[in-house]
Design a protein around this ligand. Structure first.
Ligand code: OKP
Ligand code: ZN
Length: 347
């Protein structure tokens, strides 16, 4: 299985995120990708390459042009407000919630940060755009590999993507790499694409992007949003709308869920994907389902991830793995590569 890694990921290095009224060090750190790359090399899973470049139009197939333009210039605008801002990351602090307008774009920078985001936990830094854009290229390269006949490919990148919507960032995510990969497969002529999101957190961005579409099925196994981030989406009664009715499947599980129940939910998601008749699969691969994850609440052990990969391979679909969350940095490489290795052995 070929891996496309993000050679510029470390340019995105947030300092602090808002947590319980104070700024705490970011959980989403560059060492996450570095550890996965180290384990990939050690275990020899296949060729490892930096991502080639892709035109921006592959990104704007999923994201609004005005949002992409904002991300490109946001850092310079932030520093222009005050040269001292170069030493601190930009965080939003005001949002257009219900009853406010989001069709009129304010001139004020802080207001635009809020318009294009939904939480204060996702610092925008000097390298956020370059790193995120490169991440999209990793996803596009992995998708192209599969589109050209490979059984699977892996997009290894950070920051993650599945919380980012068509025109907003949040949950450490800026560009929705899994959605960009899925859309690129559609644009290359793959009729029916499924996204399986196994990150601990519901992929609200991916769900929202495809919610009205019948050509892309979204299935997610995640912590119940009644208690778990992102809180405001991810319930079982969200089944898709319009042409997408029936093409969204959420399987929320309570905090504390262990591997046996989790695996049963994933196999339910895979059965639904098979019933949909998917021709290709994009996996949002988060390993924050690990028992030792510092911000999550499931109980998977490192060896369980081999079974996860085997179960996904048994679905028999050309598969693009896109890296998402996982914050137990010491074990993140073993856990992620176990999924890929289990897949490879079963494929
Ligand atoms: C991104 B991904 C921790 C608060 C959690 C957001 C979590 C985003 C997870 N103090 N904040 O889905 O792994
Ligand atoms: Zn997560």
């Amino acid at each position: 299985m070929k891996t496309f890694y993000n050679a510029h990921h470390a340019l995105h290095q947030g300092k602090m995120e808002m947590f319980r009224g104070e700024l705490v060090p970011c959980f989403e750190v560059p060492a996450r990708q570095d550890h996965v790359l180290d384990v990939l090399k050690a275990r020899g899973l296949g060729a490892i390459e930096a991502a080639p470049d892709f035109p921006e139009r592959a990104i704007t197939r999923v994201h609004a042009q005005r949002y992409v333009d904002f991300l490109k210039t946001a850092w310079d605008e932030w520093v222009a407000l005050d040269p001292a801002n170069a030493q601190r990351d930009a965080l939003p602090s005001v949002w257009p919630v219900r009853t406010f307008r989001s069709d009129v774009v304010p001139d004020n920078f802080a207001a635009r940060m809020g318009l294009y985001s939904y939480d204060a936990g996702s610092p925008l830094t000097s390298g956020t755009w370059v790193a995120s854009r490169e991440g999209a290229c990793c996803a596009l390269a992995a998708a192209r590999e599969v589109q050209h006949g490979a059984r699977s490919a892996f997009a290894l990148s950070r920051p993650p993507g599945h919380h980012a919507g068509a025109d907003f960032f949040g949950g450490y995510c800026f560009l929705n790499n899994a959605a960009i990969a899925a859309q690129s497969l559609r644009d290359a002529g793959v009729s029916r694409v499924a996204v399986l999101d196994i990150d601990y957190h519901h992929g609200n961005g991916t769900q929202a992007i495809f919610y009205g579409r019948g050509d892309v099925f979204f299935a997610s196994v995640h912590g119940d949003p009644r208690t778990e981030y992102p809180f405001f989406l991810g319930h079982a009664d969200e089944r898709g709308e319009g042409a997408g009715a029936g093409c969204n499947l959420n399987l929320p599980l309570p905090r504390g869920t262990g591997f046996a129940s989790w695996r049963e939910a994933m196999s339910q998601a895979l059965r639904a994907i098979s019933a949909f008749g998917a021709d290709a699969l994009v996996v949002s691969l988060g390993v924050d389902t690990f028992a030792g994850d510092p911000i999550s609440g499931f109980g998977l052990q490192s060896a369980d991830y081999l079974r996860v990969g085997e179960d996904i391979a048994a679905a028999g679909l050309p598969t693009v793995f896109v890296f998402e969350g996982g914050y137990a940095v010491e074990e993140i490489g073993t856990n992620a590569v176990n999924v890929l290795d289990g897949f490879r052995q079963r494929a």
